[in-house]
Design a protein around this ligand. Structure first.
Ligand SMILES: *[C@@H]1O[C@H](CO)[C@@H](O)[C@H](O)[C@H]1NC(C)=O
Ligand SMILES: *[C@@H]1O[C@H](CO)[C@@H](O)[C@H](O)[C@H]1NC(C)=O
Ligand SMILES: *[C@@H]1O[C@H](CO)[C@@H](O)[C@H](O)[C@H]1NC(C)=O
Ligand SMILES: *[C@@H]1O[C@H](CO)[C@@H](O)[C@H](O)[C@H]1NC(C)=O
Length: 475
């Protein structure tokens, strides 16, 4: 279907004459990063204080904090730096849009694709023909956290931007076709609340073609960590498993994870991963919880003393070790003939309005347009080092199982308009008008409205699922 393109409103970054030769390892100004870390930490803490404060795990002062855990730190850092440089690639690419892509330095983990779906531009679909893919009012499974229009948002243009890859078109989304692919199968999202956001989107994307009475949503089954949508006619499920760091942590309770000291056990994954076995499509993510502090608290010893003994480790180093633990599990336990694995890139926050030229702005509040007409690289506080680490681990530590990296980070950075902002919940209740009038305290510029941006992320997953050959039959 030919689609009318609107170059005037496209968000394609224009090609700069001289790409800045900035060091990709230092893409953030320290002040900006400090503010970003503080705001994210404050927000996440506030978000967590949900139902019960009495059940909060108080992991007060660490008994023994040391700076260096048992690992050859220097080597780790060198590798991490190398990967961070890979992470900087995107900034170069942004400026080379009109030119042929540079030859890849190493074969990409996914099968050779004709076109890079993640290079392109946002285009406004005023008629709403191709976007949104469903209506807010038509998806009974949406939680109040994400129904921005129902929660009082006035402008709905954030629903009408669709992603146009530069070199090809995304296949038209066909829910019935996807459900046919999911027949007798399980699709599971594993990760943090952004992945839960994306899972809600996927439920809405597929549920539209399932008649009432033939679909159910069970929340907090399996000791709470699992939410399961079932399309009964198809015997297909779309599930979400809560594991915000993928590995075990003291924040694994899906409902009560308000923890002052977040501590991760970077080699411990089996307890979660046992629940991932036998799933046909796995979609992993982990990012937002890493932004709380510059240094991660990594459990020391076998964990015999609870979560109180930890070491402080630089964020990218810890991220790399956690992803290696995860990659090792995937490589050992996944049958690539049966299961397709995705890893989501980082979902960016928009809490630094000066970075997109809105000096009087407050976080993402009142933003109704994507960032457009950008001539310089964005610098909105995304930790691109982690992006580089993820790409590096996927390229080097998965020998048997190919993992599809869904590279949503750069394209999502444009979407300052798409967050739930003040049209959402806090502590399980809709924000009051007074709270809505105080975005500095209450705006959520981390999660996204639905319908909205996560639908595009799922469109990439859809494209991969329907374009893969059917796996050989088992049993
Ligand atoms: C973007 O640039 C185009 C062409 O210069 C212009 O027509 C359009 O108004 C600009 N859009 C915004 C939102 O500034
Ligand atoms: C239904 O789906 C489950 C999970 O994918 C599968 O194990 C089971 O065999 C399916 N049932 C039938 C009758 O095909
Ligand atoms: C639920 O948790 C209990 C106690 O930790 C455990 O014994 C049980 O096996 C768990 N059930 C499932 C389905 O994971
Ligand atoms: C996948 O299937 C092919 C063909 O049946 C087989 O040769 C290959 O060993 C299988 N791979 C794994 C990892 O089981």
């Amino acid at each position: 279907m030919q689609h009318r393109r609107k170059p005037a409103s496209s968000a394609a970054p224009s090609a700069a004459k001289t790409p800045p030769s900035r060091r990709p390892t230092a893409p953030l100004s320290l002040a900006g990063l400090l503010v970003a870390v503080f705001l994210v930490a404050t927000f996440l803490y506030n978000e967590d204080v949900t139902k019960s404060t009495s059940a909060d795990v108080a992991v007060a002062g660490s008994v023994a904090t040391s700076r260096s855990p048992e690992l050859s730190r220097r080597q780790q850092q060198e590798e991490a730096q190398e990967e961070a440089q890979e992470g900087g690639d995107h900034q170069e690419k942004d400026h080379q849009q009109q030119q042929p892509p540079p030859p890849p330095e190493q074969p990409p983990p996914q099968r050779a694709a004709a076109c890079d779906l993640y290079q392109g531009r946002w285009t406004f679909d005023a008629a709403g023909e191709l976007s949104p893919l469903y209506r807010e009012s038509e998806c009974e499974f949406l939680t109040e956290q994400v129904t921005c229009m129902r929660n009082g948002r006035r402008d709905d243009s954030y629903q009408k931007w669709r992603w146009q890859p530069a070199g090809c078109d995304l296949p038209r989304f066909d829910a019935a076709l996807l459900l046919e692919r999911l027949r007798n199968k399980r699709l599971m999202f594993v990760g943090d609340s952004l992945n839960r956001n994306q899972w809600e989107s996927m439920v809405c994307l597929v549920q539209s073609v399932v008649p009432r009475g033939q679909k159910t949503l069970q929340k907090f089954v399996n000791n709470g960590s699992l939410n399961v949508f079932t399309a009964h006619e198809y015997n297909a499920t779309v599930e979400f498993y809560w594991a915000p760091f993928l590995v075990q942590s003291n924040s694994d309770d899906p409902q009560v994870h308000s923890v002052m000291d977040r501590v991760i056990a970077w080699r411990a994954i089996a307890k979660h991963a046992n629940k991932w076995k036998g799933v046909d499509y796995l979609v992993f993510n982990t990012y937002i919880w890493w932004l709380n502090t510059f240094e991660m608290k990594v459990l020391k010893g076998g964990g015999g003393g609870g979560w109180s003994k930890y070491a402080l480790v630089d964020r990218p180093v810890a991220y790399r070790e956690v992803l290696k633990t995860w990659a090792k599990w995937v490589d050992r336990h996944i049958d690539p003939n049966r299961t397709t694995v995705f890893f989501m890139g980082m979902s960016p926050n928009h809490i630094t309005p000066w970075a997109w030229g809105n000096d009087g702005g407050i976080k993402c509040a009142m933003e109704t347009q994507p960032i457009v007409n950008r001539t310089a690289p964005l610098n909105i506080g995304t930790d691109w080092r982690l992006h580089g680490v993820a790409r590096g681990v996927l390229a080097r530590h998965l020998r048997r199982v190919p993992v599809h990296f869904v590279d949503i980070t750069a394209l999502s950075e444009f979407r300052k308009d798409a967050h739930t902002s003040v049209h959402t919940l806090r502590q399980g209740k809709l924000l009051t008008p007074d709270q809505q009038a105080d975005p500095k305290t209450y705006a959520d510029c981390i999660h996204w409205c639905l319908p909205g941006l996560p639908d595009t992320w799922n469109h990439f997953i859809y494209a991969q699922i329907i374009s893969s050959p059917l796996p050989p039959l088992h049993h």
